[in-house]
Design a protein around this ligand. Sequence first.
Ligand code: ADP
Length: 218
Amino acid sequence: MNIIFVAPPAAGKGTISSLLASNYDYKHISTGDLIRNEIKTGSKLGTELQEVINKGELVSDELITEMLKKELTKKENQKFILDGYPRNVEQAKVLTTLFTKLKINDYIVLYLEVEKEIAQKRALGRIVCQNCGSTYNKYFSECQPQKEGICDKCQGILISRTDDNEKTFNKRFDTYLKVTQPVLDYYKKLDKLKIIDSNQTAFTALESIKRILGVEND
Ligand code: ADP
């Protein structure tokens, strides 16, 4: 079963997606990562994207949909996790059309529910490997790297994301409430929506997801 995550910023989409992708052979498609990879290239488009995400706003639907289509058509027969798309009802409708075209109908939408204060702490403590993108957190003992500032997996340097400051986080959260939250209703009506409590650790949320997927004993 393919998975779509819908959640407020820093609810744990990325962390849970990585856990699922490595344990259950999913292709992890993160639109945030696609954007950050473009920024890393130093292209003109990357500079424009950086400005948008630093303001806590959404990138244009056309652009992000183009990026997503490329990834989805590349995935061949592998199951996928969509992390960060759709982020508004327009994108949800585009996705439904795209799924029809690609004959994809076995999917589930997981809403990671989290309190704003908890998400904010996660965002402000988040540190990411510059090299491989693995995520750690300064404020949670179970999420810290073994060696301060260094990635356990590739020895890369850990840095904060430019949009993980208090002002941008608040704007991202507002954008989520206004623009992304209505997506939940869209999927509820399609009977695709499941709610996951993401206020505890990523492992707790993962256990609930495994039950929904019917792989709790794996
Ligand atoms: P988070 O879930 O922590 O907010 P992401 O890594 O998913 O972070 O996204 C970072 C930023 O990238 C968003 O704040 C937004 O500006 C942009 N972005 C990601 N996905 C989309 C999308 N589907 N549509 C528009 N903008 C997007």
